[in-house]
Design a protein around this ligand. Structure first.
Ligand SMILES: O=C(O)CCC(=O)C(=O)O
Ligand SMILES: [Fe+2]
Length: 204
């Protein structure tokens, strides 16, 4: 598989963003050049997997690649498979440390997603696995091409779109997972890749 390396200095199309309570968006969380390096390093060096999921009794490959990482001793169950953490890559650890300082939350693991192009996506879901505890904080750090993050209120049904820029951070505070679902929809015209580092605290 061949990917373009990433060389964008900055991009941000969220002019003035009003988010519902519980969401915090930080467009310039990372220096863009550092974010370029992090993107290129992770793209080439992580062990990317494409797990299968079962939906209504049929097996499908997930429409993106993934890599799991975290403190030794943490593990994560996905589609009947157990992923054991073997420790942090330095660059992920550094980004996690900065995210912890900014959000004042602690994270011991990361699910890292690679959307190879605009065909790759993530369907509506909440990060409400029981390993995350009752009311988790979840952070997404975005690298690479900008993609739309959608969220929808469970009761009111209202949908919001947020463009996640290269080097940005989105915090979903405790409570958000119980009230909203989120998704990364396909964007057929997008030809370049995006990596998201989603930091979580797993209670095993
Ligand atoms: O790619 C993203 O920003 C969101 C990923 C996500 O929702 C997840 O990994 O649970
Ligand atoms: Fe999620």
């Amino acid at each position: 598989m061949q990917f373009d390396l990433f060389e964008i200095d900055s991009q941000n199309s969220n002019k003035s963003i009003k988010l519902p309570r519980g969401f915090v968006y930080v467009p310039n969380f990372m220096d863009p050049l550092y974010a370029n390096d992090a993107f290129n390093y992770l793209l080439s060096n992580l062990s990317w997997q494409q797990p299968t999921v079962e939906v209504y009794g049929k097996k499908h490959l997930v429409p993106r690649l993934q890599s799991w990482m975290g403190e030794v001793g943490t593990h994560y169950q996905y589609s009947g498979k157990l992923f054991e953490s073997t420790g942090w890559e330095q660059v992920v650890f550094d980004i996690k440390t900065r995210a912890e300082k900014l959000t004042k939350k602690q994270f011991n693991s990361a699910l890292i997603n690679l959307y190879r192009d605009g065909q790759d996506k993530m369907g509506w879901h909440a990060d409400d696995e029981k390993e995350l505890g009752l009311s988790p904080a979840v952070v997404t750090v975005s690298l690479g091409i900008q993609r739309t993050f959608q969220f929808k209120h469970n009761i009111e049904g209202e949908t919001f779109n947020l463009e996640l820029a290269h080097g940005s951070l989105l915090l979903m505070k405790p409570g958000v997972q119980a009230s909203y679902k989120h998704a990364i929809p396909a964007r057929k015209k997008v030809e370049r890749s995006r990596i998201s580092l989603t930091f979580r605290n797993i209670i095993n």
